[in-house]
Write a protein that binds this ligand. Structure first.
Ligand code: SF4
Length: 356
């Protein structure tokens, strides 16, 4: 099963957590505090080569370039939407393409990162899963997406304020790299993205929800729920066979009790499937007593599937039913609708062009 990350002789420098960087420095007989300087060059000054790290000795720069890679990916293309959404297509060193998105909000710039090349979860509404999973991304390949987006934002003097791990892939299937990624972008000597400004979204890998809860910390957790009962969820998300709704919600309750943090439930409205008033009532029965928030996502027509968009008045009707039951609800604003913004579209387009 292709679950391992890309391995080359040289690991990516961005894969190192601050502690690992210190350990390496001590191993080569240098001073641990230089980790701070290296982080500063990588994530604050955002240099593209080790030679530019001029406050390090020539010898250390040499050792860095002998041991690590600094180029993680190159930009194939990017599209900018009228609303400012930027969608990147990056090429990794082994030729695979991944997508990263900058989204504009009133509260700042949020980056949506990819954690795997493809995905094997098989959600029926998702184009990214059609080609299956190719491989996991290294922690550094996830970090580099934020860095590339930050470089783009540098052009307008702006910064990445939020990160959502909601791009292609199931982050909890790439758990160790995910955790390293969170440590690296959260470090105040580097990109310094506050944990409360980071959200990880899972399709519901139950054991990892427990692990994530044990880990503590302030990172937000979102669950792709999409159905108010187990039959419907299995139809939409086959992962529900392995991790049924009941077990998933048990894990969510544990997470809330352990961390004291609110969970976000992502609920895609698929016209004629899960968007009727009775579904809203059923959903309220299911999660109404939990410390949670529901994010309704009106889903556009999916060419490969039969889903259609829920009419506007029905979206609000669904929302009102939940709110009347005391649940906090938002409707996700559509971003980048004039570009290939749906998850996986740009990558699929690229694959078609390069293959065909
Ligand atoms: S929605 Fe996410 S978890 Fe589901 S198949 Fe697509 S990428 Fe994988």
């Amino acid at each position: 099963m292709p679950l391992t990350s890309y391995t080359s002789e040289k690991p990516l420098i961005y894969s190192l957590t601050p502690d690992e960087m210190k350990e390496w420095l001590v191993e080569i007989g240098d001073k641990a505090f230089r980790a701070q300087q290296i982080f500063d060059w990588l994530y604050v000054k955002r240099v593209r080569s080790f030679e530019e790290m001029t406050n390090l000795s020539k010898d250390l720069r040499q050792k860095l370039s002998e041991t690590f890679r600094i180029e993680a990916m190159e930009e194939i293309t990017h599209q900018t939407s009228q609303d400012g959404t930027v969608k990147f297509l990056f090429k990794l060193v082994d030729g695979h393409a991944i997508e990263t998105v900058i989204m504009r909000h009133s509260y700042g710039n949020s980056i949506c990162v990819t954690t795997q090349v493809g995905c094997r979860i098989g959600c029926t509404f998702c184009a990214s899963t059609l080609g299956g999973l190719k491989r996991n991304l290294d922690a550094g390949e996830i970090v580099a997406q934020v860095l590339m987006a930050q470089r783009k934002l540098d052009e307008e003097g702006a910064r990445v304020s939020h990160v959502v791990v909601m791009g292609i892939g199931e982050p909890f299937e790439n758990f160790e790299n995910l955790i390293a990624f969170l440590r690296i972008i959260n470090d105040n000597r580097g990109l310094n993205i506050g944990a409360r400004h980071i959200t990880v979204s899972t399709s519901g890998i139950v054991p990892k929800i427990y692990e994530f809860a044990e880990r503590g910390g302030q990172v937000n957790l979102a669950i792709s729920l999409h159905a108010p009962n187990t039959e419907l969820r299995t139809k939409l998300m086959p992962i529900n066979r392995g991790f049924p709704l009941e077990k998933l919600l048990e894990a969510c309750r544990y997470y809330i009790a352990k961390t004291g943090r609110r969970i976000s439930f992502e609920y895609g409205l698929f016209g004629g499937t899960n968007d009727q008033p009775e579904h809203a009532e059923e959903l309220a029965d299911l999660i109404g007593d939990m410390l949670c928030h529901v994010n309704l996502i009106p889903v556009n027509y999916v060419p490969e599937r039969d889903y259609v968009r829920t009419p506007r008045n029905e979206i609000f009707q669904f929302k009102n039913i939940l709110e009347d039951r005391g649940i906090n609800v938002t409707i996700r604003r559509e971003q980048g609708s004039d570009i290939a913004a749906a998850c996986g579209q740009l990558r699929a387009q690229y694959a078609k062009e390069t293959v065909g």
